[in-house]
Design a protein around this ligand. Structure first.
Ligand code: HEM
Length: 136
């Protein structure tokens, strides 16, 4: 499996969970876990899908083990942060260090992604976009 296909699959699972959480909040009229819902959707759906698009356009990076590791670390961090933020907003203050740890995991995954973006273009250059010109 490539990093992009893993990103897309996990992103879809995260947004289904995030939407279910949103529907649960709306139905119960209890929005106390709203920050967890927002983080799950923005880290798990939006950001992960964007990573997938970036990787898909760079085939050699997409097939690399390091890109796969980035997606896995990001996803684990997203799950742990979502649970910890929800628990915190439900009054379980003991989850504070868990949220702090998760935030560092996510930061580490973003620093790894930044390395992909900034390292020399030789390894990471986007594949040329196919341009179709209409026949005259
Ligand atoms: C079935 C789909 C969804 C439902 C039912 C839903 C429901 C909700 C509800 C009830 C709130 C709390 C609003 C408040 O207390 O002011 C909320 C907040 C939020 N949702 Fe969703 N949501 C859905 C999907 C999404 C998606 C896909 C995203 C992001 C891509 C998203 C991002 C957010 C954000 C960022 C907030 C916080 C807004 C704020 O700070 O005022 N939601 N959502």
């Amino acid at each position: 499996m490539t990093a992009s296909s893993l990103s897309f699959k996990l992103a879809v699972l995260f947004v289904i969970a995030g939407m279910a959480m949103g529907i649960g909040m709306a139905a119960s009229q209890d929005h106390s876990i709203m920050p967890a819902h927002a983080h799950l959707n923005l880290l798990g759906w939006v950001s992960l899908f964007l990573f997938g698009i970036y990787y898909e356009r760079r085939p050699s990076l997409d097939r690399s083990r390091l890109a796969m590791i980035q997606v896995v670390i990001w996803s684990i961090g997203t799950i742990v942060l979502t649970v910890a933020v929800a628990a915190l907003h439900l009054g379980y203050t003991a989850f504070d260090p868990v949220a702090a740890l998760a935030s560092l995991i996510i930061l580490a995954a973003m620093v790894l992604f930044a390395y992909f973006v900034f390292r020399p273009a030789r390894d990471t250059a986007a594949s040329p976009t196919v341009r179709l010109t209409p026949a005259e």
